[in-house]
Design a protein around this ligand. Structure first.
Ligand code: FES
Length: 80
């Protein structure tokens, strides 16, 4: 599915980029990467792109979740 029609790129292009990107990425950086550096034109696509970037930035992997749970468990043991 096309995300941007002005500088055409798809949701697959965005996902492929996000798969290789740190979780603190920004919408404008993802846009630049997926549009080969083109400037945002009409901005119609930014809402959908922001949703994808926010999901990427805020989603934990099982490993990350496990690490956080282990740290919390260790912290609780230390305070008892
Ligand atoms: S649809 Fe993406 S800038 Fe217009």
């Amino acid at each position: 599915m096309y995300i941007c029609m002005c500088n055409p790129f798809t949701d697959t292009d965005v996902r492929n980029h996000l798969d290789t990107t740190k979780k603190s990425t920004r919408v404008k950086d993802v846009y630049a990467a997926c549009s080969d550096g083109a400037d945002i034109n009409c901005g119609t696509c930014i809402g959908e792109l922001k949703t994808m970037v926010d999901t990427h930035n805020n989603t934990m992997t099982i490993g990350e979740l496990s690490d956080q749970m282990q740290k919390a468990t260790n912290k609780n043991k230390e305070s008892v």
